[in-house]
Design a protein around this ligand. Structure first.
Ligand SMILES: *Cc1c(COP(=O)(O)O)cnc(C)c1O
Length: 220
């Protein structure tokens, strides 16, 4: 079995969806997995996602998973299905503005910082509360975005206990947001966590979306 089939088999009886992270890989290496049925692909660079969107079948759901510059949202707003990396209010506002221009609703995840590394983007809990308070007091300003969950990355370490604890933390943050803000929002359901090296732990800890690249497509 290829790694794609192995991963699909592993996820089959879980609540976890596969986001195939195709960044840096050319279309001819991505298409075989599309042909096997994969429809959700993740990219971290705007230009690369636009290029692939133009070249590839239109029933693909494109997920932007990496750090997103505000001035580039306009290029993906016409087609992007989900943005995993909302890490500031200014970005949320820009996604709303560009989604409105395209007469679309874009699904987004709030990216939370839990890893023990300064280099990883994401909100801390204070910033999260600030965004949520603003969002909930101005709901009319956000008619074109749908906050459906959170995203996070664990520390890049061999210490599986630490990784597991960080995933538990993410699950706890998800529950906190759900209870505090979205108790009656039926589609606030997503916890995007887990990559090639740690997705099995993430699934055990309640991930609903794993973002897997190198295991599917080889090292970058
Ligand atoms: C590249 C990337 C992934 C996939 O990483 P792999 O280790 O190749 O599975 C997942 N999430 C984000 C945010 C990424 O940038």
């Amino acid at each position: 079995m290829s790694s794609f089939e192995t991963i699909c088999a592993e996820l089959k009886n879980t609540h976890t969806t596969l986001v195939a992270v195709s960044k840096t890989k050319p279309v001819d290496q991505i298409m075989p997995i599309y042909q096997k049925g994969q429809r959700i692909f993740g990219e971290n660079k705007v230009q690369e996602m636009v290029d692939k969107y133009e070249q590839m079948p239109k029933d693909i759901e494109w997920h932007l998973i990496g750090h997103l510059q505000t001035n580039k949202v306009k290029y993906i707003a016409p087609f992007v299905s989900m943005i995993h990396s909302i890490d500031r209010l200014k970005l949320l506002d820009e996604v709303e503005k560009q989604a409105a221009k395209n007469n679309r609703i874009i699904k987004v995840l709030l990216q939370m910082h839990v890893a023990n590394e300064d280099t990883k983007f994401g909100l801390d809990e204070t910033e999260l509360v600030e965004i949520m308070d603003y969002y909930l007091t101005n709901p009319k300003n956000y008619a074109h975005i749908n906050i459906v969950g959170i995203m996070g990355m664990a520390t890049n370490t061999n210490d599986t206990n630490q990784i597991r604890n960080e995933f538990k933390q993410l699950k706890g943050i998800f529950q906190f947001i759900k209870n505090a803000y979205f108790l009656n929002k039926k589609d606030f359901t997503e916890i995007s966590m887990g990559m090639s090296s740690d997705y099995k732990i993430a699934v055990e800890e309640g991930s609903t979306m794993v973002r897997i690249g190198s295991l599917l497509f080889g090292q970058r």
